[in-house]
Design a protein around this ligand. Structure first.
Ligand SMILES: Cc1cc2nc3c(=O)[nH]c(=O)nc-3n(C[C@H](O)[C@H](O)[C@H](O)COP(=O)(O)OP(=O)(O)OC[C@H]3O[C@@H](n4cnc5c(N)ncnc54)[C@H](O)[C@@H]3O)c2cc1C
Length: 381
């Protein structure tokens, strides 16, 4: 008797959900596995371009594609919002669709901006973490005539930890090109006692900041901001006034995960770091920014995790044993200014080394939206 066709359900249609679905389709026989994705985005925005678009270094039109066009043949995409998850009964509910059952579930719903955690944020701060905010910031920068710009992040964790320093280097470059660098002070605030989470990358970045005249405020954990006096205050008691505040908003996991009992108040889901299972459920997995894993919340992480998990589910579906584990491997290219970038390779056990920056790495970064939409999202790399 042939085995019944299994059902894989992927929640979330961003980087992790799309790569996961497309890779899994490549690895499995459609007669053995049905793949459904439920997601509620209309457009898929390539967020790394947020460190280029505000300066006119890239046109945002090349950074967006309709979400539904990004799934490979054989993936059933449902545009809807998931409202509850019931692991015991192997089912989820979604707005218009109602109940959907599964054999395997992969949660890839990313995280959200919790601006409610920082009163005054919406009136006072700008950011480059969504397309809408990035386009507003582009306008704000076009009107900027010099003064004091404060750049940083409201808290940890955030998506793509290097993005604030990448943005700051691009800002420095942009102001130089516009002839405004002499009349502008750039202040970079960071919550830790360094300028980046990973110590040896931090020392590399800090040296570059010093060379470029960027003023650094370490151990600056944002406590409050005052939109009237235009001042940012830290828990440590420091106050920094600003003319333009560019602050990455506080992040949390999705509230749905807290409400469904899968996560605590943080909204991030606790998973086995080597197997990506939720607790002892062997059919429940989490990938991408939705996890509480200590490695970077990055598209590159989602890519490596999906590679591992697609192989694992495919082996199970076809009745083969699978003994591999995910070792936290990630590779990502980050901009260091002056049209240069460094590529960082790391894993759970191997910290990254910031050896050298190059123009070819910058080119790699500049063209990465093309690689992303044509190959990475499609699951062919
Ligand atoms: C400025 C910036 C620069 C970055 N640079 C890099 C970089 O250089 N390299 C890198 O690797 N990464 C980078 N990243 C990080 C990368 O973009 C994210 O880590 C990646 O998008 C995470 O993918 P995800 O699928 O987990 O989450 P997302 O891409 O956020 O996708 C989550 C999806 O789930 C959907 N969803 C959420 N809740 C529900 C629900 N209840 N029902 C249905 N659908 C739901 C959402 O609509 C969304 O489409 C950057 C991010 C930013 C903001």
């Amino acid at each position: 008797m042939p085995e019944a066709r299994k059902r894989a359900l992927i929640l979330g249609d961003g980087a992790a959900g799309t790569i996961m679905a497309n890779k899994l389709r490549f690895h499995t026989d459609p007669s053995q596995l049905e793949i459904k994705v439920i997601g509620n985005s209309v457009n898929h925005y390539f967020k790394p371009d947020g460190v280029m678009i505000p300066f006119g270094f890239k046109n945002h039109k090349n950074s967006v594609k309709p979400t539904k066009s990004l799934f490979n043949h054989g993936v059933d995409y449902i545009h809807d919002t998931v409202t509850s998850i019931d692991l015991e009964n192997h089912s989820v509910r979604a707005g218009d669709t109602g109940e959907i059952s599964y054999d395997y579930i992969v949660i890839a719903t990313g995280d959200r901006f919790s601006t409610e955690d920082l009163p005054g944020y919406n009136e006072a701060a700008h950011h480059f973490y969504s397309l809408e905010a990035t386009l507003e910031l582009r306008q704000k920068l076009a009107e900027f005539k010099g003064g004091k710009i404060v750049v940083g992040q409201a808290s940890i964790p955030i998506q793509c930890p290097p993005a604030p320093y990448e943005f700051t280097f691009q800002l420095d470059q942009y102001l130089r090109l516009k002839g405004l660098r002499q009349s502008t002070e750039i202040h970079y605030i960071y919550p830790l006692n360094r300028v980046f989470t990973m110590p040896n990358v931090s020392s590399f970045v800090e040296k570059l900041m010093e060379e470029k005249g960027i003023m650094v405020h370490k151990l600056f954990n944002v406590d409050s901001l005052d939109p009237v006096s235009k001042t940012l205050s830290s828990l440590e008691g420091e106050q920094v006034p600003y003319d333009l505040l560019i602050l990455v908003p506080p992040h949390k996991g999705q509230k749905l995960m807290t409400d469904s009992g899968l996560a605590d108040e943080s909204g991030y889901i606790d998973v086995d770091r080597n197997h990506l299972n939720y607790r002892d459920y062997d059919n429940v997995f989490v990938v991408g920014d939705a996890t509480n894993l200590p490695i970077s919340k990055a598209g590159a992480t989602a890519h490596f995790e999906s590679e591992y998990l697609a192989n694992r589910i495919a082996s199970e579906v076809s009745g083969n044993a699978f003994f591999e584990s995910y070792n936290g491997e990630v590779a990502c290219t980050t901009i260091t200014g002056g049209q240069e970038a460094i590529t960082l390779f790391f894993s759970y056990s191997k910290p990254p080394r910031a050896n050298f920056q190059s123009k070819s790495d910058y080119f790699l970064k500049w063209t990465s939206s093309d690689t992303y939409f044509s190959a990475m999202l499609r699951g062919i790399m």
